[in-house]
Design a protein around this ligand. Structure first.
Ligand SMILES: Nc1ncnc2c1ncn2[C@@H]1O[C@H](COP(=O)(O)OP(=O)(O)OP(=O)(O)O)[C@@H](O)[C@H]1O
Length: 463
């Protein structure tokens, strides 16, 4: 059966072009040009993957993402973003988007991302993942999946992990999206006395409110419409081991009450059953929200907060991990070569510089994705900046422009006023603004078409 994809963009010709391209790759594709059409399509059909522009004429991609996830949590949503929308895209990931791809769309990249999204859809259960123990080594060498890092921030993080792991204390991991919270939780489990027992990771944000009790505590056959058999809840499944509650701030107040009771009494009662089950569980929770603020605003129960926060760990932002940035980059390079069967040996010098300057709003996840795509797109043994997404340059250039404001005297798109460092950025931005019409881009930039062609060749800008 062909996988079903919904593509939404108000640029009709772009939408149609992408449809034709994806159909050639064997997908069944539907187009919509605004939020309302997309809603109707989603109401009518179940899509495997939805590709949507962030900006829609009658709403935006985030609203659409929420609508889709509410209807079908299994549908994977990929956002298509311009360079200025990267922060929105990162927020979208927090709300359950699978990934985002930068515009202009690169054909290899989009096919690769769709394939990854389909893999996720086919392998994930509704909300919980049972992970078999991984091999954790204590250094950064070899093919361990876990990099420790050497910066003082990382050393302290790992001291805390070592310290708390052997205890039974509940741990609350706080950090931005993609900082490695789930990896930290798993590492604590593996270093604990429970390492041979189950580790159940529950994405609290993905559990529909009505099903939360049954997901956590199980149910007996016939206890509600749709309960066609007995179900073991996550707490019972994790008995003896560790339960990891990811995005714990997303739980409804009602479920928070039930959770607190289960944690205090160490007993759970499946929905529709009269029997209580004794459970012995270590809880690790994670959040990328300010839970204390949620407590102050009455959205998160203070007693549950304290119950979860017996030991707090902060997952540092990647940009704060200084000397570790390139250690992580090398790790993801090796991992991507292995996964994609490529042999990209190293990063060019300017890529290294960019990595050290860039803000990494999506943290380790963003770095992993960027390097994987770059490896896929690389033609030689050195990973050069041409295969990196342009939003990285936009962010760094924006920063450079702030500090070198003398560069811009006369409107930001006048190419003559840009240093060569910013020239490529200016060209890409102008092309994007005029929807890749080269004549118009040349006008915007204040240069002739021939010069534009030469510059595009120089910077390897392909449309
Ligand atoms: N120490 C590490 N070494 C190697 N890879 C890591 C490490 N920590 C995280 N990663 C990778 O980075 C990505 C993001 O990590 P993870 O899912 O743990 O982040 P998170 O903070 O839980 O994200 P979210 O807030 O979105 O749930 C994953 O692909 C993970 O494999």
């Amino acid at each position: 059966m062909n996988h079903k994809i919904l593509v939404i963009d108000d640029d009709v010709s772009f939408c149609v072009m992408l449809k034709t391209f994806l159909e050639k790759k064997g997908y069944h594709v539907t187009n919509a040009f605004n939020f309302q059409d997309a809603q109707q399509a989603v109401d009518k059909e179940n899509f495997d993957v939805v590709l949507t522009d962030v900006r829609l004429p009658d709403s935006d991609g985030i609203e659409l993402l929420k609508y889709i996830k509410n209807k079908s949590a299994q549908t994977q949503v990929i956002l298509m973003t311009g360079y200025t929308e990267i922060k929105t895209a990162v927020n979208a990931m927090k709300l359950g988007a699978f990934d985002y791809v930068g515009k202009p769309i690169n054909p290899d990249e989009i096919v690769y991302t769709i394939q990854q999204a389909l893999n996720r859809k086919n392998t994930s259960t509704v909300s919980a993942v049972v992970t078999s123990p991984k091999n954790l080594t204590n250094d950064n060498e070899g093919d361990s999946d876990f990099v420790k890092g050497k910066s003082s921030t990382s050393v302290q993080l790992h001291e805390y992990i070592e310290l708390v792991a052997p205890t039974n204390m509940s741990v609350l991991i706080i950090g931005d999206s993609g900082t490695g919270k789930e990896n930290i939780a798993h590492s604590i489990h593996l270093k604990s006395k429970r390492h041979n027992k189950p580790y159940i990771a529950v994405d609290c944000g993905a559990i529909p409110k009505d099903l939360a009790s049954s997901e956590f505590f199980g149910h007996v056959k016939g206890s509600f419409t749709g309960a066609i058999g007995d179900k073991v809840g996550h707490f019972e499944a994790a008995n003896g081991g560790t339960i990891f509650l990811d995005e714990v701030g997303n739980l409804s107040y009602e479920v928070q009450v039930q959770l607190l009771r289960a944690l205090q009494e160490r007993k759970v009662k499946p929905v529709g059953s009269n029997n209580e089950i004794q459970v012995d569980i270590r809880v690790i929770a994670a959040t990328n929200e300010d839970l204390l603020k949620a407590v102050r605003e009455g959205e998160f129960r203070e007693d549950l907060f304290h119950r979860l926060n017996e030991f707090g760990i902060v997952a540092p932002r990647l940009a704060e991990r200084g000397s570790d940035i390139m250690i992580f980059a090398e790790h993801f390079l090796k991992e991507s070569n292995r996964d994609l069967d490529r042999n990209v040996l190293r990063f060019s010098e300017d890529v290294e510089k960019l990595f050290l300057k860039y803000d990494w709003p999506g943290n380790l996840r963003e770095m992993k994705n960027i390097i994987k795509r770059a490896v896929l797109l690389s033609k030689g043994e050195v990973l050069v900046k041409d295969v990196l997404p342009q939003e990285m340059f936009a962010e760094v250039s924006a920063f450079s422009r702030e500090s070198e404001s003398a560069l811009v005297h006369n409107g930001d798109e006048d190419l003559k006023l840009y240093s060569s460092k910013n020239e490529e950025y200016a060209i890409r931005t102008a092309l994007e603004k005029v929807k890749f019409n080269k004549t118009k881009a040349a006008q915007v930039l204040g240069i002739d078409r021939k010069t534009l062609y030469n510059k595009m060749k120089l910077y390897n800008i392909e449309l």
